[in-house]
Write a protein that binds this ligand. Structure first.
Ligand code: TYC
Length: 107
């Protein structure tokens, strides 16, 4: 005699709105570099290669975009990563006595 198949009622899942928001995709932040008249082009390329991990070609393109247009988005990251990058860039620029400015912007 085959066992009778019974369907268990599906447990209702109640998710509070605070839990839902915790599960949403984390916000992203743009990391932007600004042009100035004193920071050497090679220094900006070095930063774009060593901190943003751009290739030499891409780093040169982005540096020239900043030089010509005044600013450029160099990458998009989660908040923690963006804050860390901004700190590294500004600290390294100041250590070398250049006014290079790096900021983050919410997407
Ligand atoms: N304008 C700078 C120069 O001519 C080069 C430069 C590029 C500076 C990008 C900052 O974010 C920058 N030496």
């Amino acid at each position: 005699m085959p066992k009778e198949i019974t369907t268990e009622p599906v447990e209702q899942v109640v998710v509070e709105s605070s839990v839902v928001s915790a599960l949403e995709t984390p916000k992203k932040y743009k990391v932007v570099l600004y042009n100035d008249d004193y920071t050497p082009m090679e220094f900006v390329v070095e930063i774009l290669r060593n901190i943003f991990y751009l290739t030499e070609g891409n780093a040169t393109q982005v540096m020239l975009e900043i030089h010509k247009k005044g600013r450029a988005v160099c990458g998009v990251f989660t908040r923690d990563v963006a804050e860390t990058i901004v700190g590294l860039v500004n600290d390294y620029a100041r250590l070398n006595q250049y006014p290079l400015l790096c900021v983050l912007e919410a997407e």
